[in-house]
Design a protein around this ligand. Structure first.
Ligand code: GUN
Ligand code: FE
Length: 432
């Protein structure tokens, strides 16, 4: 199959709007796909000339073809939590989120929501997600089974939480270890599935449970670890109460040996310089969740400070649904742009699209497989129409450059602009 269109793929993080070396753009480009893998990509004529006869052509011109979007942090059991009014993080968890997550002890419910969750991601051009399931191993079963059936590249894990939550939503250090280990054995490495050891955050994990998480990471050092860090001032204060001996919030995860290049830390809004240094030194990833941080009133993530400091942080971006308010990575980066603007900087649109494709793939250590259109990688692709709505069409009359077109998409597009989402070479959005 040959997918033809205006091809855009990033080689490196664009340092400015004029950094043309950072990306490959072809007005008449193509991706040649076989068995879910990209065989060749580049100019249409060249790719077509190198292809064996008999392929089908899907011509998406004048639409843009990019690598599928990657969401580095979301909660699949929170589809019915999104848009819950009026609370900051700790009340929001207790009043809305924990009651909802108790329903995921029922695997039928988990299966139902997992189907709708992946439908919604694909509708928005997202082909890879790093997701939290509920505490129940059944929720992780439902999540991974659905991702496997769709041949999607995902990261996920059962939440470990053994305190400061309703009884129906807690495990124990031992059961969380046993369930996680069983889930790793059953799902990790199957299809395109990646297991993440997932202690929810320090407040809901006892020291004994964090020790179990650390034991799992020692046993399975190639796994991801995902948790929350420094999101909200009340959360930080409560964390200090329940871990009185730790130097700071980051120091808890540091002491248990949970940090490293595959550690994904959601939020990281209120970090001290010491904490930022620790994340940098360990190669851990700070995940920017702009719609969530704004919606819950958590604070302004200082993306540029983290990127430009002497010891820079590895960064990712994410929806954090259902604390976040939109499934779209375009809507997410639109809000991200505004947060960065409030911190006195502007994120250039090339860097923004790099972030949600290759940038997030690198942050998740998945860039060998996804996040680019390079030959040999998986054919996860999104097709974007910058004239999808009357408002966009009108604004496009004033657009002259690729960067302007991308910025228009980021600022104005919703799922109507997602013409198609391909998962491993198969058209997945139009099949919904
Ligand atoms: N901290 C601990 N759990 C959660 C959660 O589900 N969402 C957010 N935004 N923060 C958390
Ligand atoms: Fe979260």
């Amino acid at each position: 199959k040959l997918i033809r269109g205006r091809l855009l793929s990033f080689k490196a993080e664009p340092r400015s709007i004029d950094d043309h070396d950072a990306y490959i753009f072809d007005e008449d480009g193509a991706v040649l796909v076989e068995d879910g893998v990209i065989l060749a990509s580049g100019g249409f004529a060249q790719v077509a000339a190198g292809a064996e006869a008999g392929y089908a052509v899907v011509d998406h011109r004048p639409h843009l073809i990019l690598p599928g979007f990657i969401d580095a942090h979301a909660h699949f059991p929170q589809m019915q939590v999104i848009a819950s009014y009026g609370a900051e993080l700790l009340d929001w968890l207790n009043d809305y989120t924990f009651p909802e997550e108790t329903r995921f002890s029922d695997i039928q419910h988990g299966r139902h929501i997992a189907r709708l969750f992946f439908d919604e991601l694909l509708r928005n051009g997202t082909t890879t997600v790093a997701a939290y399931c509920s505490v129940h191993k059944e929720s992780a079963e439902a999540f991974f089974a659905e991702a496997l059936a769709r041949n999607m590249c995902v990261v996920g894990g059962k939440v470990m939480m053994d305190r400061n939550a309703p009884a129906a939503l807690t495990d124990t250090p031992q059961s969380s270890y046993d369930d996680t280990k069983a889930l790793i054995g059953e799902w990790h490495g199957r299809g395109r599935l990646n297991y993440a050891v997932t202690p929810r955050f320090a407040i809901t994990s006892s020291p004994e449970q964090l020790e179990m998480a650390a034991a799992l990471m020692r046993e399975f050092p190639d796994l991801h670890m995902q948790t929350h860090l420094s999101e909200n001032h009340d959360e930080i204060a409560l964390t200090a109460e329940v871990y009185p001996d730790a130097p700071d919030y980051t120091g808890i995860y540091e002491q248990y040996g949970l940090l490293g290049p595959k550690a994904l830390l959601g939020h990281c809004i209120h970090l001290s310089e010491r904490e930022a240094d620790v994340l940098s030194d360990t190669g851990s990833v700070a995940v920017f969740c702009p719609t969530s941080n704004l919606f819950l009133g958590s604070g302004l993530f200082d993306y540029q400070r983290y990127r430009k400091r002497e010891k820079p942080l590895r960064l990712a971006s994410a929806t954090d649904v259902g604390g976040g308010t939109n499934y779209s990575m375009l809507r997410t980066m639109d809000e991200g742009y505004k947060v960065i603007a409030l911190n006195g900087e502007k994120l250039n649109p090339l860097a923004s699209f790099w972030q949600i494709t290759r940038g997030n793939a690198e942050a998740l250590s998945l860039s060998e497989r996804v996040g680019t259109l390079e030959p040999g990688t998986d054919a996860d692709i999104v097709v974007l129409n910058a004239r999808a709505t009357p408002v966009m069409e009108l604004r496009m009359e004033r657009v002259e450059t690729l960067a302007e077109e991308l910025f228009l998409l980021q600022t104005l597009a919703d799922d109507r602009a997602i013409v198609e989402t391909y998962v491993a070479g198969e058209a997945a959005k139009s099949a919904l």
